[in-house]
Write a new protein. Sequence first.
Length: 533
Amino acid sequence: MRLIGRFFSFLVCCLLGSQIVQAQQVVRLYAGKAPGSENWTWDEAESTQNMFNTRVIYNVATPTLTAYLPNPELATGTAVVIAPGGAFHTLSIDSEGIDVAKWLQAKGVASFVLTYRVVRSLTSDPVGELMPKMADSKKLDAENAPVVPLAIADGKRAIEYVRQHANELGVLPNRIGLMGFSAGGTVTMGVGFDYSPANRPDFLAPIYPYLGAGAIAKQNVPADAPPLFVCAASDDQLGLAPHSTKLYTDWLAAGKSAELHLYLKGGHGFGMRKQNLPTDAWIDRFGDWLKLNGFLKKLHPNPYEQQFTEEQVAEFRRKDEERLRTDWAYLSRYAVDNQKLADAAATTKRVVFLGNSITENWAKLQPGFFTDNSFVGRGISGQTSGQTLVRFRQDVLNLKPAAVIINIGTNDVAENSGPYNPDFTFGNIVSMVELARANNIRVILASVQPAYRMPWRKEVTDVPGKIVRLNERIKAYAQQNNFVYLDYFSALADERKGMKAAYTDDGVHPTLAGYQVMGPLAQKAIAEALKTN
């Protein structure tokens, strides 16, 4: 039970926390001029005002990969190279590139947005140049013909690059896939039909691909063809849905693994755009497919996740997410226990310990410390000061204690409920104090325990500084109002103002040794508060 309790503490924090956004790395695919376009002298440019109503990149002469690497604690070792579409004239860099990369990054997948070579545009409105050409696909194919092999070569080089640098990128060399949209789907399948061991994708995900014979002449399923995920909409304005269905049936006929999602509506180019249609969720289906194929297994599961199956972890997450929607402050957590205490006569010694997982774990690790002293533990993992304030009546006032220890703030600093606002956090603590005083309950204000970083939110900066400054405000407020200030921080902190290693396993939650330090301090503070007039 102790392990499960610690797991839930960690899991709730992970649910409330967010994915670390790593700094993006941009790398050139070729050391010098890209082979086949050595005489291209134009510069890459960007268009934001165009008929596509989205940002596009054009005049790409120097192919690049932009890496979106996941938090190492989420990393699966899987990588996806993403080729945006744009009829080989532009690249729809957001909804068919960066937005996809960020979604996958949050799932622990290293994502690489590919800018591949496209036809030169002569004006600053590449979409305006392209639109008239789309009326005649044969002419467009003819114009694109010299560039398509170069773009496919860029796709092959991208796979090679990621595989060659797999170790430093934190990916596995046998888990590198290729995804492409529209013309990017052409690139994807241009690689998927003809590859070498060095640039073979480990899976393919063409999304509403263009597979006309004018773009890819030979479309034979390789003997060692990778697993295939295909997605398109039946009402594709360019009439490309049959390209996806043919690809799927060809893969099946060759006895290869394939999955097809063909939506009734969505049009061409839906990408990550929201249209309030089922196509909005296509990326979730891709995530399901990745998971089914074993591509979303973490490289380094945390100690708690190692104790449970993926299905159990998913169920834990589902239940916690549902509870956050239906019972944000978790009023139901102690409802039964509170009723039992309400039915019993209150003692002059009853003291409520109000807090987060630090308090919750304490009551589990040292139950005798609470029961033998008429102490009542009311900690809930992952909670911030706002949630604690909402449940103050149920978990404190209704129990009619002689005193309450308010120990909250760690998860505020960790930004579990949003950006940290010290005034908001401090205001919530003051509101709890005022409620207690109005009900003749003695108040003990505890410091926030030390932490050097938040394991579930490593991107949060200056954690020690934020905790120290909040504690200074709490201490000053306690002194100004003649409340007892309970200083856990000084007893637990190391030279970095994090928690001493002897008292914690994860840098935030005390172990039994830590609670054995906290216990006497709490008892001394309670004794002082109860004798105060």
